[in-house]
Design a protein around this ligand. Structure first.
Ligand code: ATP
Ligand code: MG
Length: 315
């Protein structure tokens, strides 16, 4: 029996190669070892997105991104949170089991408040919706980046609280945290961490021209022999054994090295880009409809177990 894995996807804009090497690729490399559930966290997104058209597009795009990078929807269950109403119901049950002071310790909430953002009640309680997302599938493992370790600890604690309230340690399953072993931090065109919000990205699904433009903007400094920022990105696409002679041959010729990098990036990303372009809305909708059925088959019995335990089921 494979262990069960669940992860949530929230699309917040165009992906870059840092997202790919740090999160998507490691996921693609590991998900088939598990019975994997990929959930589009659209009701989580509602805590911040107010534009209905943006929300609609984000929902389909995130599915498209994962299909394009190689997730097989027959292997993984790809579904959307809002389609399976069990999430809302178990989320409410979690809310009734934890205290306001407990929720006030959540990092996402504290960070937003510290930044002066007025938190909506959805943002305040969203860790309990997240706990429901995970608990509904008797999830064994949740893969996260090192930065997310604490978020998952919160889910685990909420699950323990529910189990304690009904004196049944098997009522809901406490998941393990699996820390994704990515490539570390991918540097951006300015040498700092590549981030959507820093505008220093190489786009994952950009055109050949977009890639060329991003590569040309990589900061080089004329003191060294090797343009380090160019090399750091190049290493993601070619082995050092291939790069050392190339950089030796073009020592000091930054334009030639950047051209070589742009070409290598394009050659490596173009198959995914083409795959993505061929995915229609109808394809995405069919994947989500199939995913919903498979998700429900697992979540509804778990929810019923809880409804029995808390006294909502009458018989
Ligand atoms: P933002 O600027 O809005 O924080 P981001 O570009 O950092 O956006 P996120 O949405 O925060 O992207 O991260 C999505 C995933 O990609 C996370 O798992 C994160 O750890 C990973 N990731 C983001 N940037 C990098 C990077 N430069 N190198 C490696 N992994 C990254
Ligand atoms: Mg980030």
């Amino acid at each position: 029996m494979k262990k069960r894995l669940l992860t949530g996807l929230q699309s917040s804009g165009d992906l870059h190669i840092g997202n790919y090497f740090g999160a998507l690729k490691p996921f693609v490399d590991m998900y088939e070892e598990y019975e994997s559930f990929l959930m589009v966290a659209d009701y989580h997104a509602l805590t911040s997105v107010r534009d209905p058209e943006v929300l609609r597009q984000n929902i389909r795009n995130v599915v498209r991104d994962y299909l394009a990078v190689g997730v097989d929807p027959k292997q993984a269950v790809i579904f959307r949170q809002s389609d399976n109403q069990d999430h809302m119901e178990l989320g409410w049950i979690f809310n009734c089991m934890v205290t306001v002071p407990f929720l006030m310790q959540a990092h996402a909430y504290k960070d937003k408040v510290a930044k002066g953002i007025e938190p909506n009640a959805g943002l305040f309680t969203y860790p309990m919706l997240q706990a429901a997302d995970i608990a509904l599938y008797d999830t064994d493992v949740v893969p996260v980046g090192e930065d997310q370790r604490q978020h998952l600890e919160y889910t685990r604690e909420a699950i323990r609280k529910v189990n304690l309230a009904y004196n049944n340690e098997h009522l809901l399953k406490e998941p393990e945290t699996v820390i994704i072993d990515g490539v570390g931090v991918v540097p951006g065109t300015d040498g700092t961490k590549m981030s959507k919000s820093y505008k220093n990205t190489v786009p994952l699904f950009g055109t050949r021209e977009d890639i060329q433009k991003a590569v040309m903007s990589i900061v080089t400094d004329s003191s060294g022999e090797r343009p380090e920022h160019v090399y750091a990105i190049h290493k993601l696409f070619k082995s050092e054994a291939e790069l050392v002679p190339l950089y030796e041959e073009h020592k000091g010729k930054y334009k030639a090295l950047k051209d070589a990098l742009a070409e290598d990036i394009d050659a490596s990303l173009s198959p995914m880009r083409e795959r993505r372009a061929a995915i229609t809305d109808a394809d995405v909708d069919a994947v989500l409809a199939d995913g919903l059925m498979r998700a429900k088959a697992v979540s509804t019995p778990v929810l019923n177990r809880v409804r029995d335990a808390i006294g909502i089921n009458l018989s």
